[in-house]
Write a protein that binds this ligand. Structure first.
Ligand code: GDP
Ligand code: MN
Length: 389
């Protein structure tokens, strides 16, 4: 689960990480009071969306007057922001964080993640903050400091001090850095985080170290034990279809291709997508209907797939192990009755009660192509979907 920058900064403050003074607003009338209370004469209006790259997308606006700030918020609130990290549709801006402007001296990068190769929680730090850290890692990997935390121990202040010196931070800035990194590590451990990042972590002309941005991703599987975190969820930032699917325990991820897939089991779903690609098509989604699925869930899955605008054909691939293929067939027929069938569909059933399932489909009045062989099914749906405008 992702959270917004303002929520990440709220957590930062609880763990002694310094952030600029800021106020969250949801309407333009709040801007004047917010700026006045923050003081100073420069403010930054920051669109709150679940994506980075907002600076490049026009979502971070430097304002030299209250009027500027009001104009920026007028534009941002209610808009959809497209950044290099969103898709072409962008994300809705319902909240703007107004911050007091900072005199930036240096922009650093600091993050913690789980390095799957070394199987360690790993500190990433760089003097090249503020910009695309993936680009820094690609083009100048020597500028990324990596420190793997001993899995049997914990990060300690000596480790942090060493990283501070590698970033050329001295005296009070080094002290603040130690507090900041220890804070990040505490959050990482206590809140079951998978990625936490400050980019940029700035030093100011008056010798402060501040988190100017904040990004935290949490492990969904651990959310049940963090009510405070789960409450921060903002579904306006998530894919509507994926949310709808999760209500029915369907693992659904939208993709950009044209062939909707309904498969049971994540491995079979991956193999099905590969086979579609292999035969010249491209999948419109990943969908795992799960092991012990019901006719109702199949109907919901079918409805989700068919209502995606880019879908030109549907391939159903079910291996009946625990689930019975005749139940799946019933689900498909129910779904067609409910939402209609306006696309070519190929169904491949194998396993428990496959023959009964295929028979049900063949006998129905709906125009369903059945196949017993997966390769034939993939070839068929790729060719049928080509004929759809
Ligand atoms: P992101 O583009 O979504 O990562 O948003 P950030 O919060 O990182 O902001 C993007 C950039 O805006 C930062 O790297 C800074 O260079 C700049 N920026 C943000 N806040 C301030 C500020 O208070 N003063 C100045 N001068 N620049 C700022
Ligand atoms: Mn940033």
């Amino acid at each position: 689960m992702h959270i917004h920058e303002y929520q990440a900064k709220g957590l930062f403050r609880q763990f002694n990480i310094q952030t600029p003074k800021a106020t969250l607003i949801t309407t333009v009338v709040q801007v004047n009071k917010a700026c006045t209370e923050l003081g100073g004469n420069i403010w930054v209006a920051k669109a709150q969306v679940h994506a980075g790259g907002r600076g490049k997308g026009g979502g971070v606006v430097l304002c030299h007057s209250i009027k500027d700030a009001e104009d920026a918020c007028e534009k941002l609130l209610g808009s959809t922001l497209v950044t290099p990290q969103t898709d072409a549709k962008g994300l809705p801006v319902n909240q703007v964080l107004i911050e007091g402007g900072q005199n930036i001296e240096r922009e650093l990068y600091l993050g913690l993640l789980i390095d799957r190769q070394t199987q360690k929680i790993t500190v990433l730090a760089s003097t090249e903050g503020g910009m695309d850290i993936e680009k820094v890692a690609r083009e100048t990997p020597e500028k990324i400091i990596k420190f793997g935390v001993d899995p049997l121990g914990a990060l300690n202040t000596n480790d942090c001090a060493l990283i501070a010196s590698q970033l050329n931070l001295e005296n009070t800035l080094a002290d603040q850095f130690v507090i900041t990194l220890m804070g990040l590590y505490e959050i990482f451990i206590t809140k079951d985080v998978s990625l936490i990042e400050i980019n940029p972590l700035i030093t100011t002309s008056d010798n402060q170290l501040l988190a100017l941005d904040g990004k935290i991703d949490f492990d969904d599987n651990a959310l049940y034990r963090h009510e405070d975190i789960a409450e921060m969820r903002d579904i306006s930032q998530e894919d509507e279809k994926e949310n709808e699917a999760s209500k029915y325990q369907l693992n659904y991820i939208s993709l950009n291709g044209t062939i909707g897939c309904m498969v049971n089991g994540a491995g079979l779903a991956m193999a099905t997508m590969d086979l579609i690609e292999h035969h010249g098509g491209s999948p419109a989604n990943f969908l795992d209907v799960g092991g012990g699925t019901t006719a109702e869930r199949v109907a919901k899955a079918f409805e989700l797939i068919q209502t995606e605008a880019n879908v030109k054909g549907v391939l159903v691939n079910i291996f009946g192990g625990i689930v019975r293929c005749d139940l799946i067939a019933e689900g498909i027929l129910q779904a067609i009755e409910k939402v209609g069938l306006n696309l070519p569909i190929v169904v491949r059933l194998e396993g428990t009660n496959a023959a009964q399932g295929l028979k049900l489909l063949d006998e129905s009045t709906a125009d369903i192509h059945t196949e017993a062989d997966l390769t034939q099914a993939a070839i068929k749906i790729v060719s049928l979907s080509r004929g759809v405008a």
